[in-house]
Design a protein around this ligand. Sequence first.
Ligand code: PLP
Length: 400
Amino acid sequence: MPKDLILLINEKAHERQKAGFDVINGSVGMMMLDDGSLPVASEIRSVLSRHVTDHDLSYSSVAGPKDYAEALRHWFLASDFDEVAKKGLFSVIATPGGTGALSLAFFASRTAHSILLFPSLDWPNYEAIAAGFGLEYASYELYDEGHFGLRSLEKQIKEILTNHDKAIVVINDPCENPTGYSLSASEWQSLASLLNQKELRGRVELIVDVAYIDYAEEKTRSALKEAVRCLSKETVTSFCFSFSKTFSFYGLRIGALAIYGQERSSVESRESLATGEARALWSVPNHMAMNAVTELISKKETFSSLKKNVEENRQLVARRAALFLSEADAVGLPYYPYKDGFFVTLRVKDAFGLAERLMKKDIFLAPVKTNGLRVALCALSEKKLRGLARAIKDTVEEEA
Ligand code: PLP
């Protein structure tokens, strides 16, 4: 699979649209309103447009300004990590989007004999980033009878630790890409208990990719935070944050890696590795974007407007999901367990072939694995979604 396949499919869809064809473009993960525009309010755009001063255009530090780090932590985690941040146990390094955060997290958590563990259905860029750094990776089953595949994860970790010194567990939650699965509170607690097992302490690390955190209900965020906070003192957690999905600032390329652990030396050593690598890879983050985001989050009016906007987007996607899934059920189109978020993934036999055949009908979807065809609910209006399940089902049957 070409590394940029999804973006290539998206480009094809745009070419057809430009040529005057009526396309259904559910390929790429960008939240669109029903009229095809990004949900960014005019007062937010106006703040962005003012960030052209010398302070915006000059270099920042490699990790980014402290006020950006604080604004970001409060936006995503409220005050839950205030105390540990004061003690130097929560370190933030600004990055070009969540992709930058994942790159630094993969790099900084590795050891000579470590291995990354990805979910069996994942964002394909995980493998690409790991391969770029020459890192070893394997996968665990995302699902076990419709629930989080904890048993597979446990089995994989234990097997791996017989010949590796560390297992780095990557969880994309909530609103997993590509399936839209979110762990329940009890699944998060079970995951924490697994990582806290005596024999695993000091030999496991957790990377939580929370790129879609604002598209889940508040209780999911609380469950995640609570589980991370009760991990043993030997376990370091890396949070990969992104403002791409949260504020629809995809092109601004801004996010952060946050490293949290109860042992200061572990946090500092990863921070130092991550900062050194950031300097080598992209030098400094986008100063203009950090200043704008800091202002937007720090001012009461824009903060409330963003919160309202994010909630409206979450509800819009939830309505789209309800419509598509009810039609999928009605026509018997199988899909992987979905809870919330941008995407649902259809359970198919030959996703790549099916995507090709759908493209001939001007339906553009993303094959993510041989057995998974992803539908970007975030990008499709109810009008475009209505009848889509039937059209996909017909195309599957034409093949048979
Ligand atoms: N993580 C997941 C699961 C994603 O789907 C994406 C983007 O599609 C990212 C991280 C990174 O997004 P960005 O680099 O645009 O912030």
